[in-house]
Design a binder for this molecule. Structure first.
Ligand code: 8DG
Ligand code: MG
Ligand code: MG
Length: 144
């Protein structure tokens, strides 16, 4: 299925890891509504992946992140959505700059709230691109 004039967009999202937990929030955006997803958003013109991940984290959660590293990229088709979309999604990993800093829900129209979830006890339902990674055995944690 082709949409006239539609193009793939680049999403950048972040596995913000703390011990064995990651930060997730329930989406209120139309794509993936009410599913748990990583913080992240659209790559802006001229940005690096690291800059985009840091900016989106700040905008969405108020958190300052460090050690922002590229993990993997997936190709995600949302062709059945009211507005069919195609995202090349870049997954980064990062840690908190200040381990004491607490997430704030700065975009309450887009997210129900942020919380830490143990990787072995993730909430359901996950946003499907993330669910697929989990099913495939993807592990966002650093070795050791
Ligand atoms: P922006 O205006 O702040 O740039 O955009 P946003 O409203 O924050 O965008 P988003 O939907 O949160 O993220 C952009 C796209 O990235 C999203 O529509 C689809 C793709 N994406 C995935 N997996 C994930 C994920 O786990 N979290 C987020 N936030 N986006 C994801 O494929
Ligand atoms: Mg955003
Ligand atoms: Mg977002």
């Amino acid at each position: 299925e082709k949409e006239a004039g539609a193009v793939p967009r680049v999403g950048v999202c972040v596995f913000l890891v703390k011990g064995k937990a990651v930060l997730l929030g329930r989406r209120l955006s139309s794509i993936g509504h009410s599913t748990f997803a990583l913080p992240g958003g659209h790559l802006e013109f001229g940005e690096s992946f690291e800059e985009c991940g840091s900016r989106e984290l700040k905008e969405e959660t108020g958190l300052d992140i460090a050690q922002v590293e590229l993990l993997t990229v997936t190709n995600n088709l949302f062709l059945e959505e009211p507005k069919p979309s195609h995202y090349v999604t870049v997954f980064m990993r990062a840690v908190l700059k200040d381990p004491q800093q607490v997430p704030q829900n700065l975009e309450p129209h887009k997210c129900d709230g942020w919380d830490w979830y143990d990787w072995d006890n993730l909430p359901k339902p996950l946003f499907w691109p993330l669910e697929k990674m989990v099913q495939d055995g993807f592990d966002p944690f650093p070795i050791g």
